[in-house]
Design a protein around this ligand. Structure first.
Ligand code: DC
Length: 229
């Protein structure tokens, strides 16, 4: 029996995080936020004064970094070398820096290795950009979430407003499109999907709908995989 791996890929602002957390809880397997890992390396690089295109130094940082996910239903945390960086990795600057750092093949190699090790340990719902194409290409459970950029930007805008940010909707839309372009056009593991994925356009769907579609599909095919009893 192999561990149960569910790949949830897609661009930013598509509802991946909320969906993945809930799918993981429902299936009783860990949630692994691979974007948070790129963000943590971007933050570690910034704190060490390393430019986002310094591949050898960022590879070294990634190889030495200890990234941990502390599960919690309402308040999961991300630790970098034992320190809580949950909020620090979510800033606007870290979004752009993570996107730049994630272009570097040497950094990707290290983080993909860690993601595979984490998934092989106890299975997991892995959310990211390349889970079904590069990290766990053999899993039969691959979902690609999409939504129109305007809808994704509006969701992100509301989230930022809730946190007291004064960014305009236009600026958020511009950022969304810029990051999509950067993530989809990079040479190594660009954001993409193929016929092995189930494509879900979340533009007109509630999170509940998306979660139940994924959970139903996985549950109906998961009997050959190791799941928590
Ligand atoms: O999902 P996120 O916004 O937290 O991801 C931050 C950046 O990391 C994003 O711009 C693309 C990159 N990323 C990646 O290249 N591969 C992944 N598996 C996850 C994220």
């Amino acid at each position: 029996m192999q561990p149960l791996i569910v790949a949830i890929d897609g661009p930013s602002g598509v509802g991946k995080s909320t969906t993945s957390k809930r799918v993981a809880r429902s299936l009783g397997i860990p949630h692994i936020d691979t974007g948070a890992m790129y963000r943590a390396i971007a933050l570690a690089g910034e704190r060490a004064g390393v430019p986002v295109d310094d591949e050898p130094r960022l590879e070294q940082i990634a190889s030495r970094a200890r990234i941990e996910f502390i599960p919690h239903a309402a308040n999961p945390r991300v630790l970098l070398d034992g320190h809580d960086v949950t909020e620090a990795i979510r800033t606007h600057d870290m979004s752009m820096a993570a996107s730049s750092v994630s272009k570097l093949p040497a950094v990707r190699r290290v983080l993909v290795g860690l993601q595979q090790a984490m998934g092989n340990l106890a299975g997991g719902v892995l959310e990211g950009r390349d889970i079904g194409t590069k990290v766990f290409p053999a899993t039969p459970f691959k979902f690609f979430l999409t939504a129109r950029p305007e809808i994704r930007a509006a969701r992100r805008f509301r989230e930022l407003q809730g946190k007291g940010s004064s960014e305009t909707l236009e600026a958020v839309l511009e950022d969304t499109i810029r990051r999509d372009t950067q993530d989809s056009t990079r040479a190594d593991s660009p954001l993409t999907w193929d016929a092995s994925y189930v494509l879900i356009d979340t533009s007109e769907l509630s999170i509940d709908d998306v979660v139940s579609r994924i959970v139903d599909q996985v549950a109906s095919g998961a009997s050959n995989f190791l799941t928590p009893s």
